[in-house]
Design a protein around this ligand. Structure first.
Ligand code: HEM
Length: 75
């Protein structure tokens, strides 16, 4: 469980940098191959990780009944 959360967070942080950088590389510097990654695999990966992150938060709240979601929202 903690490993899955760490993996999801690691990927989320990596994509946080990879998405805008690949977009900029494609748009401003004409790297079309990087642009395909941006709108292809990176986009799909980002959606998957967003889904995992939200599912994990809901599972913590509704199934494991921890205060993780409360800490994520109201602090
Ligand atoms: C976190 C930041 C970003 C996210 C989540 C994001 C996401 C996306 C998505 C979902 C698409 C549509 C792909 C498709 O289905 O066809 C796209 C396309 C594109 N993005 Fe980004 N993007 C980001 C940042 C940027 C930046 C900073 C630039 C450049 C300044 C950029 C340039 C482009 C370009 C040129 C396209 C292709 C548009 C087209 O030809 O249809 N993106 N991006």
């Amino acid at each position: 469980m903690h490993q899955l959360a760490a993996f999801t967070h690691g990927l989320l942080y990596a994509l946080l940098f990879a998405m805008p950088l690949s977009g900029i590389a494609a748009y401003y510097f004409g790297y079309t191959a990087v642009g395909s990654l941006h709108g292809g695999i990176l986009k799909i990966l980002l959606w998957a990780v967003i889904g995992l992150h939200a599912a994990g938060a809901l599972a913590q709240h509704l199934y494991f009944r921890t205060d993780v979601l409360r800490r994520m929202t109201f602090g």
